[in-house]
Design a protein around this ligand. Structure first.
Ligand code: NAD
Ligand code: DAU
Length: 353
């Protein structure tokens, strides 16, 4: 058995996963970081070209539902712990096709838990199973209040119901089999490499192309935004120092009403592209609301702050500005991911290309 600490990161080719993998590969040269990803429409190895030849990095293509392959991969790399991010992650797609969310998020997570339980039994390895989850499991808030770790679960979309269910299975493996698990529930992330189906990259993409900006309902819904590298830092900390059996909320302390956020994006894009100030705002187009659209999310992350000393570092406008710069500088990436199936999705979701 090798003495190197080896972590299997599932979903490492996706948006948040790629930032987590990059951070771990750079920060822990003596670890081995294994990225296990099925490379669905949301997974893209181009997100990791800068670290893909690092000697402490390996990629394994595989499905989290393929338990035998997961167990073989755990043995092959002498894995000590798992950071589980692989999931179907987009609410609108869950409304269109809920069963694929049950398959990946519920069955896939349970399959990962079972694979790790069997592997630990065979090898005696004591490592942790860290499940990365979402604040959406708590449901929606009115105009006041915050989600704490004690807020009762009340998911309202097929996506959040599937994530809530996976959280329950993770806790059940802790209670029933003593598996050392830890869970974090995080608010909305933004930053480089986010697939342009999510609000911020979708709006940047459409402003760039001069096509309508589809704001759901009246744009009055509120989200709490966290820069993705701050999330990756919290995940690193919780993996190493989070107490087994515990849950930690992660938030950005940065609540924005959707319409205010879209207007801010328009202004920043006008400035950066040298367009007439106000011209991008004319693209705003109010469209049919999302079914069951949660009104507001806001996170109380005082447990993480008090126990592990984490707070978000990025200022929202600076983070947004860096994010826009990344998209403007990475045309080839955007073109590749918005080709083919993206166009079909866009047409189904918004009725236009
Ligand atoms: P993403 O959609 O960008 O990436 C998901 C990754 O999982 C992709 O690389 C995909 O190929 C992989 N994947 C999907 N199904 C798989 C399967 N069956 N087997 C193996 N790999 C598979 O997602 P994201 O936005 O980076 O989110 C990552 C995790 O963080 C998810 O669990 C999500 O619920 C959670 N989360 C996301 C946010 C957010 O704002 N994006 C906030 C809180 C929590
Ligand atoms: O809160 C954490 C969650 O944040 C994560 O668990 C999810 O994986 C992630 O997708 C995100 O979910 P949201 O549904 O909040 O994110 P999305 O970017 O899809 O939408 C943000 C808000 O913008 C939401 O109120 C819906 C609105 N919206 C979204 C799109 C795509 C629009 O008005 N128009 C759009 O075209």
């Amino acid at each position: 058995m090798s003495s190197t600490h080896a972590i299997l990161v599932t979903g490492g080719a996706g948006f948040i996963g790629s930032h987590v993998v990059r951070r771990l590969v750079r920060r822990y040269p003596t670890y081995k970081i294994v990225n296990y990803d099925a490379l669905t429409y949301a997974g893209n190895l181009d997100n990791l070209t800068d670290i893909s030849s690092a000697s402490n990095y390996a990629f394994e293509k595989g499905d989290i539902n393929d338990m035998d392959h997961v167990v073989r991969t755990l043995h092959k790399h002498n894995i000590n712990g798992i950071i589980h991010l692989a999931a179907e992650s987009h609410v609108d797609r869950s409304i269109e096709d809920p069963l694929s969310f049950v398959r990946t998020n519920v069955l896939g997570t349970t399959s990962m838990l079972e694979a790790f339980r069997r592997y630990r039994k065979d090898t005696g390895i004591e490592g942790k199973f860290y499940h990365v989850s979402t604040d959406e499991v708590y449901g929606e808030l009115g105009d006041t209040g915050y989600f704490t770790e004690k807020t009762p679960y009340s998911p309202r979309s097929p996506y959040s119901a599937s994530k809530a269910s996976s959280d329950h299975f993770v806790r059940a493996y802790h209670a029933t089999y003593g598996l050392p698990v830890v869970i974090s529930n995080c608010s909305n992330n933004y930053g480089p490499n986010q697939f342009p189906e999510k609000l911020i990259p979708l709006m940047i993409h459409n402003i760039r192309k001069g096509i309508p900006l589809p704001v759901y309902g009246e744009g009055a819904n509120i989200r709490d935004w966290l820069y993705v590298e701050d999330h990756a830092e919290a995940i690193d900390l919780i993996y190493h120092e989070g107490r087994p059996g515990e849950t930690y909320n992660i938030g950005g302390d940065s609540e924005w009403k959707n319409i205010d956020l879209v207007r801010t994006l328009c202004k920043l894009m006008d400035e950066k592209t040298g367009r007439l100030l106000g011209s991008s705002e004319e693209l705003i187009h109010f469209v049919k609301d999302r079914a069951g659209h949660d009104h507001r999310y806001a996170i109380d992350f005082s447990k993480l702050k008090n126990e592990l000393g984490w707070t978000p570092a990025a200022d929202f406008i600076e983070g947004l500005s860096k994010t826009i710069d990344w998209y403007l500088a990475n045309d080839a990436w955007v073109e590749r991911v918005t080709d083919g199936s993206y166009k079909e999705y866009y047409e189904r979701q918004y009725g236009e290309k």
